[in-house]
Design a protein around this ligand. Sequence first.
Ligand SMILES: [Zn+2]
Length: 64
Amino acid sequence: MEETKKLFCGKCMVEMLPAPTGFSYLGHAFRTDVLRCPSCGQVFIPESLAKGRMAEVETTLEDK
Ligand SMILES: [Zn+2]
């Protein structure tokens, strides 16, 4: 992980902590650590991570 800056939930004002979270995209399921609010459960997905994962999934689909 290149960046470990702290983020705080806008609603609860508590520090968001990394937690393994499952996602699904175009029928594919994958799991990765994202920052999540321990109070309300809201997750923060960095744009770089989202784009990287989406590109990865799309590449996999194109290979079929
Ligand atoms: Zn919260």
